[in-house]
Design a protein around this ligand. Structure first.
Ligand code: AMP
Length: 284
């Protein structure tokens, strides 16, 4: 595995690989690698001949007061994990290399970026979309793999890549979970042992909603309210949002219509930590 820090060097390597007819896959991460990231690598390796992982904690997608400075950065451990997962190139630039003096462009992904995570974290999705487009320009991949863990992010990336005619195939990977259902996340290390136990309530709420859908209920708003009650029954939990949305636009959905794709999305504060989770399904 080669570690590259210079965007121009990474771009030159990608260009050379393309001239050699290599099919390039990319997995973008902020590091602190876990099973979730590794499941993306697994798919990328199945689909692509050369796999690039990007490791960059992008400052422009963190709001003031968010955890940019204390975000975990176990670089050596990440390098070892990326190497053992079979990554060919690890692109890990410094902030100044990505945003040199004079840098001024940003991408506005439109309405889908204003809802839910976008409303709770103003500027987050603009910063995320901008760095994703930059990283696609640097790594020149045919294929990019993202996690459904960040479902709204994935929906926005699909939209931006289509709208900007980037031409990269975007693949989503189902959420990797711990044994009690908690979605694996680099931020789970912030949870105390009590909070870690309480955190499984997100998955219990998903399971509850899933059972209701299986019983053919279509009253999504009522099911979401019941799932929210379940979350609130756990000590120290504070839902930021919990509702069903249209899977592509993230517009709120009150009643299910046969044949449409929906997603239950939630952000819940457990003590000082904010966790997100989701579950998608086609209503039949
Ligand atoms: P991050 O390093 O948190 O920015 O995540 C990098 C990529 O890994 C994103 O595409 C995430 O959606 C994905 N990811 C993070 N956690 C999980 C998970 N538990 N399951 C699947 N994908 C994940």
């Amino acid at each position: 595995m080669q570690i590259i820090t210079d965007p121009a060097e990474m771009q030159a390597i990608a260009e050379k690989l393309r001239l050699q007819h290599q099919y390039i896959g990319v997995v973008m991460t902020m590091g602190a690698l876990h099973e979730g990231h590794l499941s993306l690598v697994k798919l990328a390796k199945e689909k692509a001949g050369t796999v690039i992982m990007t490791l960059f904690v992008n400052p422009t997608q963190f709001g003031p007061g968010e955890d940019f400075h204390r975000y975990p950065r176990p670089f050596e451990k990440d390098v070892a994990l990326a190497r053992s997962a079979g990554i060919d190139y690890l692109f890990a630039p410094a902030t100044e290399a990505m945003y040199p003096e004079g840098y001024s462009t940003s991408i506005d992904p439109g309405p889908v970026a204003t809802r839910f995570e976008g409303a709770s974290r103003p500027g987050h999705f603009g910063g995320m979309a901008t760095v994703v487009i930059k990283l696609l320009g640097i790594t020149r991949p045919h294929l990019a793999v993202f996690g459904e863990k960040d479902a709204q992010q994935l929906a926005i990336i699909r939209r931006v890549v289509l709208d900007m005619n980037i031409g990269t195939t975007i693949l989503g990977v189902p959420i990797a979970r711990e044994s009690d259902g908690l979605a694996t996340s680099s931020r789970n290390i912030y949870l105390s042992s009590d909070e870690r136990q309480q955190a499984s309530v997100l998955y219990r709420a998903i399971r509850y909603a899933g059972e209701q859908i299986e019983q053919d209920r279509a009253d999504l708003e009522a099911i979401a309210a019941e799932a929210e009650e379940l979350v609130l029954s756990e000590k120290d939990t504070q839902p930021d949002y919990l509702c069903f949305v249209d899977d592509a636009t993230f517009e709120r959905a009150a009643k299910a219509v046969s044949g449409k794709n929906y997603r239950l999305i939630m952000a819940v504060r457990i003590g000082p930590i904010r966790l997100i989770d989701n579950w998608s399904f086609k209503y039949s």
